[in-house]
Write a protein that binds this ligand. Structure first.
Ligand code: BES
Ligand code: ZN
Length: 626
């Protein structure tokens, strides 16, 4: 299809303003009628019952004039698997008046709409509720599943649309609110949230998030936790046995913050703390404001995977400060953040490492792009054809970052850095669409510096599938040498032990492994493993690239290590490739299913869902090739 035709098609289907974006297809909220502006939580954690119970008070900003309202206005909220016990309106004196409500039958993807009859547009509505033990946004761990086995553990993961499984609210990134919380927990349990901690009062721990944030940044964690400072305004939280290693691994956090502040303006959130979660945490990191959540798999011992921390920190500007208004615009969060992450890595660890990391990511993108639909290859896909999380592929991250690298190269760093800083200022604490970003880009960068970039090129980056020809990569000398060595090895002219792998850093290993065939020969796999002990690597990113190849090559001696890996690590990006490799043969599938059946209770609900999808698909098409 010609670009112009494609753009015409896109223009029909895409929201072009914040008002239209208010119609989020993944939420029942009606933000054009009423918006939540503050959330007040009073919660109690019940570990034996695996429930959170309490009240949420929503402070409302009614947009519709009272006169236009039908006799009874409605407040439409998102919920999933919640038990609603009571809904009431509060007047200024705090007197409660019961409101009637209906909880609709659940939609598999969206959950249940909670429709509250709200005559007279009350400013405060209080809901008493409890969560289900199976809440999709929470994981409850027994003490045996933690590192120190001292106390049970709870953590949330709200992005993309799981906040609704632990708080009834308007679960759309288009709506922002401040929040306060009081959480009751048993003695010895420390509670953390995406907020600043207030002094505890007895068994009640208090929190305050004064900045307006979108609902997917609501977060809570609780367990036996220790804190270690990494600078005046940063600290690491983890189980006591892990906190020292974590603080060492993330000791550059203050340097990362200063770098980002120099580039893009002050950090606006007060503290930046990090929480290391148990290994079942389903992501690498999550940018919960003031309390980034991290997988323990980034603690490699040599800081080789700390770009995840740079990434989550970068979200303090791109994502948490300037937020994509819908899930279709998520590249505004993840693409900008991946770009900023790489700038932080360059400033703190040097240009070689930054270039290596980007070239590795670009290689993964090119590879994955082949299996994506045309729509998914767009930075801004046509919405509604994709689920809330489906826009979150390498396209949003790496193609998004690549687009900004293209702009940086054309306008030069001085101009582009200043532009980006102004962009963060201009849209601070707002949720915006791709089109709002483009209007600003056109007026403040492209038109101000004529002759550097054609607007057509910008539209091609944002709306067309694939990668434009203007997508260039830095030359990395070490990688060129690795390509030569790999080719010689695959040709049989260089033995595995003669590869100069002893000189390679982690990123160079990742690059070597990424460009091996998906299914090397058994002889190649055995030779590489004998020389370099790859199946036993303690670096999780190496395992994710090696183990699936060993399985596909038919090396059953790698199965126990692969099994241990996939049962130990719940981070979906790492564990799913191992399941997929096992699922590519009937014997492997049976082996993976047995392992999964025995341990499924230890996985996060999202990881469980994703693994089950892989296993089901393998049964549906038994002889599917990898
Ligand atoms: N916000 C994301 C995690 C996320 C995305 C959760 C979509 C749920 C839905 C986070 O900032 C992220 O991108 N994490 C990456 C880290 C990486 C790219 C450095 C991850 O988890 O792998
Ligand atoms: Zn991210």
């Amino acid at each position: 299809m010609r670009l112009s035709a494609l753009l015409a098609l896109a223009a029909i289907a895409l929201p072009s303003s914040a008002a239209e974006a208010a119609q989020d297809p993944y939420s029942y909220a009606e933000p054009d009628k009423v918006r939540v502006r503050h959330v007040d939580l009073d919660l109690a954690l019940d570990f034996p019952a695996r429930t959170i119970a309490g009240t949420v008070t929503l402070e409302l900003d009614w947009r519709e004039a009272r006169a236009d309202m039908p006799a009874a206005g409605t407040l439409s909220l998102d919920t999933r698997d919640l038990t609603i016990e009571r809904v009431e309106a509060l007047d200024d004196a705090g007197h409660a008046q019961a409101l009637s409500y209906t909880l609709a039958a659940p939609d598999a993807e969206l959950g249940s709409r909670l429709g509250i009859a709200a005559p007279g547009q009350p400013v405060r509505v209080r809901i008493a509720y409890r969560t289900a033990p199976t809440a999709s946004g929470l994981q409850w761990l027994d003490r045996q599943q933690t590192a120190d086995k001292q106390a049970p553990f709870l953590f949330s993961q709200s992005q993309s649309i799981h906040a609704r499984s632990w708080i009834p609210l308007q679960d759309t990134p288009a709506v922002r609110f401040s929040y306060a919380a009081r959480v009751r927990a048993a003695q010895g349990i420390t509670v953390l949230m995406s907020a600043l901690r207030q002094p505890a009062q007895g068994e009640v721990q208090g929190f305050s998030q004064p900045q307006p944030i979108p609902s997917y940044l609501m977060a809570i964690a609780a367990g036996a936790l220790a804190e270690q400072a990494t600078s005046k305004r940063t600290a690491v939280w983890a189980e006591p046995s892990q906190v020292a290693a974590a603080a060492r691994e993330f000791s550059d956090i203050e340097a990362m913050m200063r770098t980002t502040e120099q580039l893009y303006g002050p950090y606006r959130w007060g503290r930046y703390d990090m929480l290391v979660l148990p290994p079942s945490f389903p992501f690498g990191g999550m940018e919960n404001p003031e309390m980034t959540f991290l997988t323990p798999t980034v603690i490699a011992g040599d800081k080789s995977l700390v770009s995840v921390v740079a990434h989550e920190l970068a979200h303090s500007w791109s994502g948490n400060l300037v937020t994509s208004a819908t899930w279709r615009d998520i590249w505004l969060n993840e693409g900008f953040t991946t770009y900023v992450e790489n700038r932080i890595v360059e400033a703190v660890y040097g240009k070689t490492q930054a270039d290596e990391e980007f070239v590795v990511a670009a290689g993964e993108l090119r590879h994955k792009m082949q299996s994506l639909s045309e729509n998914q290859q767009r930075l801004a896909p046509v919405p509604r054809e994709v689920g809330a999380d489906d826009a979150l592929t390498d396209v949003a991250y790496v193609k998004g970052a690549w687009f900004l690298r293209f702009l940086e190269a054309r306008f030069g760093r001085v101009v582009f850095d200043a532009y980006l800083r102004d962009y963060f200022d201009h849209f601070a604490f707002q949720s915006i669409t791709t089109e709002q970003m483009l209007d600003y880009l056109r007026a403040n960068l492209v038109d101000r510096h004529p002759g550097k970039v054609d607007w057509d090129q910008v539209e091609q980056w944002v709306y067309a599938p694939g990668l434009p020809e203007s997508a260039t990569l830095p030359a990395v000398a070490a990688f060129t040498a690795i390509d030569t060595a790999r080719a010689a090895f695959l040709h049989g002219t260089l033995g595995a032990a003669a590869l100069p792998g002893g000189d390679w850093n982690t990123h160079e290993w990742l690059y070597f492994l990424d460009h091996l065939p998906e299914a090397p020969t058994l002889v190649q796999v055995q030779a590489l493993d004998a020389a370099w002990r790859l199946a036993r690597s303690s670096n999780a990113e190496i395992g994710m690239r090696w183990l699936p190849r060993a399985i596909r090559a038919g090396d059953s001696s790698a199965w126990p290590a692969a099994r241990a890996y996939m049962l130990r690590i719940g981070r979906m990006k790492l564990t799913l490739p191992v399941y997929r490799a096992f699922a590519s043969t009937p014997a492997g599938l049976a082996y993976a299913e047995t392992a999964y059946a025995a341990h499924q209770a230890e996985y996060h609900p999202l990881t469980r869902q994703a693994i089950e999808k892989v296993l089901r698909k393998a049964h549906a098409q038994p002889e599917a090739t990898p």
